[in-house]
Design a protein around this ligand. Structure first.
Ligand code: PRP
Length: 207
């Protein structure tokens, strides 16, 4: 009997690209899939259960084993360092993490402030640069911080670059390239190896 596979999906930007990728891999997903407000969607024909989580929470569901696999951005993987297997680079939702700020400004010499949704990545980055900074954790609209004087710099995702441009900010350094990854719970990976390997194979073929 085919086992049910629970997949943690990131709500928001990555979601539609991830759904499209699964469809290309041959999974029959209902047409109203993307519009639904349901947080758990069962697709019985495919023996798949999808749980829709905040992107930053996907590795948490997978680590705790309530989801067997998940789709998570590399940014989230680097920030959270969860005990999960990274199976595949899905090459979707490509973007990068960068340091940005107001143009033609130098960082304060003493304890410059860095606003970010990624306190761990930002702290590690500036530590490597030998710079002592104060990290200010925000949950979104990071670009506001330098404009209204909350921070000297931000560490944030740049995708098209529009948000920076439209808010009069410039990029100072690129930190790391980001794409979405297929991740798995280590126990599920052993117990449901056939189903998970099948998905990895089908996805690998179309990436
Ligand atoms: C992300 C990111 C930037 C923006 C970059 O924010 O934090 O603000 O997208 O995209 P761009 O380079 O194409 O303009 P998101 O829209 O996810 O919302 P948030 O502000 O709540 O983090």
């Amino acid at each position: 009997m085919t086992q049910f596979l629970t997949v943690a999906m990131p709500k928001g930007r990555i979601f539609e690209e991830a759904v499209e990728l699964l469809r290309q891999a041959g999974y029959q997903l209902p047409p109203e899939f993307a519009e639904s407000r349901k947080l758990i969607i069962d697709v019985d024909e495919e023996k798949l259960r999808f749980i829709l989580a905040k992107p930053m929470d996907v590795p948490t569901y997978v680590e705790h084993g309530v989801a067997d696999i998940g789709i998570a951005g590399k940014d989230v993987m680097l920030e959270e360092e969860r005990d999960v297997y990274e199976l595949l680079d899905l090459k979707i939702s490509a973007c990068y993490l960068a340091v940005a700020g107001l143009p033609n400004t130098k960082m304060k010499d003493i304890a410059p402030k860095i606003a970010t949704k990624y306190p761990n990545i930002a702290a590690a980055y500036f530590r490597e640069q030998g710079e002592q900074v104060e990290i200010i954790k925000l949950n979104g609209s990071i670009e506001l911080a330098p404009i209204i004087g909350l921070a000297d710099r931000i560490v944030d995702i740049v995708s098209t670059g529009r948000t920076l441009v439209e808010n009069g900010l410039v990029e100072y350094e690129q930190i790391v390239g980001i794409t979405s990854r297929l991740i798995a719970n280590p126990v599920s990976y052993r117990m449901k190896d056939e189903r998970i390997s099948d998905m990895v194979e089908r996805l690998s073929r179309i990436i």
